[in-house]
Design a binder for this molecule. Structure first.
Ligand code: M6R
Length: 369
């Protein structure tokens, strides 16, 4: 049932283009507009929403962090993202105009379930983004948008994450569409880019051999740091989480702008630092800033592993290892930038002799608080 792969995780990484395409299927009409009628919250109710709050745990939380950039940009509705385990303990401010989005692969995560119950008690509407039909979280929500990743068996989430991102983009774009924001033209263009994104994920998967080789060469290291900015920051957090749970290595993700506020003190000779580089197009200020961060850490001996768009030549002088990803609109970049980090963590786990599909101390679904 592993379809010829040694591990479920490898199979699930390879299934990502299909999982992404399946999650888009039937949700974009011939005219290039979104049809999310299955989300049984009426357009007029969605126009009333004045705040979005996303609750999730682990990898699903990282999808939520990325969703915030998309929701705020395309809809201009303020969006908060909170760890489900923290949410209800701080007496959050919620009412009928708050749209709470609960993201969960399994639909059974107790922290997320308790958070959504709390949100509903306060009168908020809850939309679940979930991969498991009929599980508890969608059953207890007002509405659900299913991801169509198929069953995810490996404890480390991969294809569910990419499809959670797709679902988040769909919700953000749909909210933008029903509310008619000033980004109308951009929304149309992004829907077109999104419908092509599974091909880009496929292209990334075809070029992963050097990433595996690099991972094997780092099997003896104790620490790997990850840096990113904007949507690349949650990607860095996700890369670090994958490495912790699979390789049992000390891995930390930072917002690159925070380096000089502390973490740069960690840089020492030959320390591997993965840098997720924003597109040089669009938000080029951030691109230039991260290039100077690379310069700074390299001057202090870091070994940079750089994930950058094809054609971005400015990074070449500062990259000890360069991993190329296809050019995408900024907000969609996590769809392609995350894939090499999944492959990297999986290969490092194997090289260290760890159990890839069933890491120590972890369960696939966490049904206790
Ligand atoms: O089933 P859920 O999406 O609610 O699970 C949330 C987290 O437990 C999960 O994403 C966890 O962090 C993964 N093992 C990460 O790979």
């Amino acid at each position: 049932e592993k379809g010829g792969y040694d591990y479920f995780m490898l199979k699930e990484i390879a299934e990502q283009p299909k999982a992404v395409a399946d999650t888009l299927l039937g949700r974009i009409d011939a005219a290039g507009s979104l049809t999310l009628d299955e989300v049984r919250i009426s357009a007029s109710e969605l126009r009333e929403v004045d705040k979005v709050v996303i609750i999730a745990c682990g990898t699903a939380f990282h999808a939520g962090l990325i969703a915030k950039y998309a929701i705020e940009h395309w809809t201009r509705i303020p969006c908060e993202v909170e760890l489900a385990s923290e949410f209800r303990y701080r007496d959050p401010i919620l009412d009928q105009q708050t749209l709470v989005i609960a993201i969960s692969q399994s639909g059974e995560t107790m922290d997320t379930l308790m958070a959504l119950r709390h949100a509903r008690e306060q009168g908020a509407r809850v939309l679940a983004i979930c991969n498991t039909n009929g599980s508890t979280i969608p059953r207890e929500s007002d509405a659900v948008l299913y991801t169509h990743a198929g069953p995810e068996v490996a404890v480390a989430s991969t294809k569910a994450f990419l499809t959670q991102l797709v679902a988040c983009y769909l919700v953000a774009l749909y909210l933008g569409q029903v509310r008619g924001t000033k980004w109308g033209d951009e929304i149309g263009a992004v829907i077109r880019d999104l419908s092509r994104i599974s091909n880009e994920v496929e292209r990334v998967l075809e070029t992963m051999e050097p990433v595996r080789e690099l991972a094997r060469s780092l099997a003896g290291k104790n620490t790997v740091l990850f840096l990113g900015r904007h949507v690349g920051y949650p990607v860095a957090l996700e890369g670090a989480l994958k490495l912790k749970e699979l390789a049992y290595m000390h891995a930390e993700g930072f917002a690159a702008g925070e380096l000089k506020h502390g973490p740069i003190a960690l840089i020492e000779d030959d320390l591997p630092v993965v840098v997720v580089v924003p597109s040089p197009r669009g938000r080029s200020v951030l691109h230039d800033k991260i290039v100077s961060n690379m310069q700074e850490i390299r001057a202090r001996g870091a070994r940079t592993i750089v994930i950058a768009e094809e054609g971005d030549e400015a990074v070449v002088p500062y990259a000890d290892h360069l991993i190329r990803i296809p050019a995408t609109p900024t907000l969609l970049q996590p769809m392609v930038a995350t894939v090499p980090l999944q492959v990297f963590a999986c290969e490092l786990a194997t090289a260290r002799g760890n159990e890839v599909d069933q890491p120590r101390n972890l369960a696939k679904s966490v049904t206790v608080e």
